[in-house]
Ligand binder design. Structure first.
Ligand code: ZN
Length: 86
């Protein structure tokens, strides 16, 4: 492994983690829900557990929102509008 940098904490990026939002402690990516985060982790516990790359996540149907948070899947426009109005 050549990438052993400590991920930048969400708080240091000026991002507030609210509700079910979370940050991967392994790679530092942001997730809109714990479900999306679970989807981001591939492999088996204790064996080859790892983070999926953005390309792999996109291939799985995951979506990176304009707010910088990954989602497990594309959401209906009505939900996205609610986020934009927040
Ligand atoms: Zn990760």
């Amino acid at each position: 492994m050549s990438d052993n940098q400590t991920p930048i904490k969400a708080s240091a990026m000026g991002v507030t983690l609210r509700g079910d939002r979370n940050q991967c402690s392994g790679c530092g990516l942001l997730f809109n829900s714990s479900r999306a985060f679970d989807k981001h982790r591939a492999g088996d516990h204790g064996k080859d557990r790892r983070c999926m790359t953005p390309d792999e996540m996109t291939a799985k149907g995951m979506v990176l929102g304009k707010d910088g948070f990954w989602r497990g899947s594309a959401m209906p426009a009505s939900v996205l509008k609610g986020i934009a109005d927040e």
